[in-house]
Structure formats: C-alpha cells, structure tokens
Ligand binder design. Structure first.
Ligand code: PLP
Length: 448
C-alpha cells in the first residue's frame, strides 16, 4: 500500500528514526563544520540549532491513522507551537487542542477554522472565553461549578466537554492533582449545567493514570495490563495502557449520567499522553492503540465522535538538536585511564532542555563528532567518563551527569535525538543565550 506521501504504509509501524533525518543532519553538520574552519565565524554560524523534519510529522500521522483509525487527533499545541509545525499539522487535517488565548491565536492565524479547535483548559480567564465567543470557537472543557458560572456569563452558547478524573494518577505529570471532576461530583456538575441551560456535548478523559481496573475479569487484555503495572514509559506521560481502558469505562458512566439528566452527548475526548517513540521494554504506541480501540468500540457506538489530544506523539522525533562543544575541562587525571571530561555545549537547561527538570525529557545522543568524524555508534572506541553541561552560570545546568564518550574537542558537535516536544516552547534566553534556531526540512529539501 502506498501513502499519499510516497511512504510504504506497511513499514511505518517499525520506523523509529528516519534515515532521511540522519542523512540531512549529517549534511548540515558537515556544512557547518566547514564554515567553522574559516577564520571569521559569526555567532549565528556557531550557535546550536535544530533540524525539524516535517516528513517525520507526516509519518507519525500515518502511524496514527493506521493504529487509531476511529480517533481524530487534535494536536496539543503546548508540545511544540512553531508556526511551521502548526501549518504541517493543519495540512494533515488535524484538529488542535489549545490551552490559552495565545495558542488559539497562533492556530487561527494560519487559517484553521475555529470548529477544529478545542479550548482544552478547564480553568480559563474570563476574557479568553469572550475571545472564543468573538471568534466562534465553541468547544471548551470544564471540571468545576465556578467555571460553569463563568462560561454562562461570558459564552452561554459554548459547547462544553466535562473533564473527568480517573482513579489514581501516577503519570509523570500528576494532572489528577490539578484538573478533573471525580465520578462523585460529575452528576451534580451536569445537573448544574442543565439548570444554567448550558450545552454539554461530551466527556474528556485524563490519561496517564495508574492502572487499577474497575473490575477484574479473565479478559486477557486485563492480564496484560497487570503484567505491565509497574512499567515506566520514558518520554511519555502515560505509564500503563490499561489506564486508557479504565478511563474509557469512567467516561461511559458519565455519558449515562448525562443521559439521565437529559443530555444527549456525542463527543468522547480521550486526551493526550501517547508514547512518542517506541523503545525496547517499554509500552508501545501500538499496544496503547489496540487497548484503546477495543475499549472505545466496546463502550461507545459508532455515532459517537471520538477525538484525542496527542502532544509529544507528533513533534518529538521530528526535531534533532545539534549542539557544539564550546569549552572542555579535563578533571581528575590520576592516570590516563582515569581522565574525566567535562564538556560545555551551547544549549542547556534554560534553553531547549528545561523539560529534564520535570522528568519530561530524557535526552539521548543520536550522534557525536570525534576526531573530525560524525559517529552514530561509538561503543568500539576508547571511552572516558564524561559529563555534558549547558552554557549558563547555573550549576543545575547539566544535561548528562555520567556518560561514557570518546575524547572530543572544542568545536565538535553533539547531536540529540527526539527534541521536538516540550523543548522550543519552554526555552528562555536566561543569561543572554539565544534560543537555538530551527531549520525546517522535508526529508531531502533543506529550507534554510
Ligand atoms: N491535552 C491537555 C489538556 C494537556 O494538558 C496535555 C499535556 O499537558 C496534552 C493534551 C498532551 O499531552 P502529551 O504531550 O503527553 O500527549
């Protein structure tokens, strides 16, 4: 089967890193290298930089369509709000999950129809709700009574989605502590919405919750879930696929509560938290998808529209970050074998890596430059205890505390994998360091 992007759809599920990204990174770094050999290197040429491969966004979308055909993605802009990323996502006919007026404006500015946006923040500023009314953006979430009164005052015609809490939150981001209505209060909230004559159209789940199914059955799916109960997914907010089933069961309960009150809801929003990259011994996107598909099909008839809010899933692997070693310290050289290298690179915790602090980013090196050569594997080389530090004055600005690397020199490059989610959106210019520039490419065509 051929996809519209000329990709073999049958092979998509197994792709982890596209060859094209590796080749393009290589070419661009080589070009940079020859530039830095010239006498006068500008700061611009010397800075760290991203390569964003939009073909990877398309391949992720194909994976999505292949594994979750019934579920429409509403891309969570918070993961990566670069305009070019939004344009590519819009071209894939995706919807958007926005959490603020700023994100809404970015999406509207590229010409997306407001019907393709969900304002997925349950605690909103009143003026932002008015902004939605002025722009005919109807879908928004709520999880508490005060929000209902606020919406009644600012946008009584809005289409509301109740965000519910699932049992026990143990995700990397403990959303359950901040958002979501428990099953004990959902009925009261729906009744209040009805009394206020508001239009509730659906339920939104919080994913990334601890696996504890409501009922235990001999169902083999649940057995799989129990086996995986303690597993941890690096790079994703969601730990256990069965959390999805548990959450869908709770959504069904709330749909039934709404029906008792007189609502006929037609939207199920299964939220975000989908694994961005399949890793060995970790829960895969495909596993999550198969459990979710089954649960949704079992509990929700086909006329219910099902959407999701994937964030990291889309941009994570599309972005590769190239950092240059700007300084080096050699420490504890008791003997030649003992040599420790401290490398300082030109992007760090206050730039593209702050998500390390929230446990949302586990940076891994895709390639390094050693002795003038770009290496994608370096296990055969002589390795030294090394650490990698960001450029700021802060001692917390460390990217890798303990890593084995071959000897590298000032001016060499370190190239980081999967840097597309919760990186550029969180970057600051602390200490006067500029944010890393992004080069957008489409597999082979480089747009500089
Ligand atoms: N939707 C909402 C409302 C969120 O708060 C988040 C994460 O913060 C997401 C979607 C996306 O999460 P992820 O990047 O884990 O898919």
């Amino acid at each position: 089967r051929k996809s519209p992007y000329n990709i073999d759809v049958n092979k998509i599920a197994n792709i982890t890193v596209t060859k094209s990204v590796v080749d393009n990174v290589h070419d661009i770094v080589r070009k940079r290298l020859s530039d830095t050999k010239t006498k006068h290197v500008t700061c611009e040429e010397d800075n760290a930089f991203f390569i964003a491969d939009h073909n990877e966004l398309r391949e992720q979308h194909l994976r999505w369509k292949l594994h979750l055909p019934r579920i429409e993605p509403f891309y969570a802009v918070k993961a990566n709000a670069e305009q070019q990323v939004l344009i590519t996502m819009a071209s894939l006919a995706a919807g958007f999950d926005c959490a603020s007026k700023g994100e809404i404006d970015r999406v509207l500015a590229i010409g997306v129809d407001p019907s393709r946006i969900i304002y997925a923040q349950t605690c909103k500023q009143g003026s932002y709700i008015q902004h939605c009314r002025n722009n005919n953006l109807k879908k928004m979430t709520f999880d508490n009574a005060d929000e209902l009164y606020k919406i009644k005052e600012n946008y009584p015609d809005a289409e509301l989605i109740i965000r519910i809490l699932t049992k026990e939150s143990k995700s990397i981001s403990d959303f359950g502590r901040k958002f979501g209505a428990s099953l004990e209060v959902t009925k009261g909230l729906l009744q209040l919405a009805k009394d206020l004559d508001l239009n509730v159209i659906g339920v939104r789940l919080i994913i990334g919750v601890h696996c504890e199914p409501i009922r235990i059955s001999a169902n083999s799916l649940l057995i799989v879930c129990y086996v995986r109960i303690s597993s941890y997914h690096v790079g994703s907010g969601c730990f256990e696929p069965c959390a999805y089933r548990d959450a869908v069961e709770r959504a069904r309960i709330v749909f039934d509560q709404a029906e008792d009150i007189g609502y006929k809801m037609n939207l199920l929003d299964v939220g975000g938290g989908f694994p961005a990259v399949n890793m060995e011994n970790e829960i895969s996107f495909q596993e999550v998808a198969s459990i979710l598909n089954k649960a949704v099909d079992e509990m929700f008839p086909k006329d219910i529209r099902v959407v999701a809010e994937p964030g990291r899933f889309y941009p994570s692997s599309a972005f590769t970050l190239c950092t240059q070693i700007i300084a080096r310290r050699v420490t504890a050289p008791d003997s030649a074998d003992d040599t420790n290298y401290m490398y300082y690179v030109n992007d760090g915790i206050f730039g593209s890596f702050p998500a390390i602090l929230f446990g949302q980013l586990h940076p891994s090196l895709k390639a390094i430059q050693s002795k003038g050569k770009l290496l994608y594997k370096w296990s055969g080389q002589k390795l030294y205890n090394s650490s990698i530090w960001g450029p700021s004055a802060a001692p917390e600005d460390v990217l890798q505390k303990d890593i084995k690397l071959p000897e590298m020199k000032i001016g060499d490059w370190l190239i980081w994998n999967h840097m597309g989610a919760y990186t550029t959106v969180l970057a600051t210019e602390f200490n006067g360091h500029r944010k890393s520039k992004i080069y957008h490419i489409n597999t082979t065509a480089v747009v500089l």
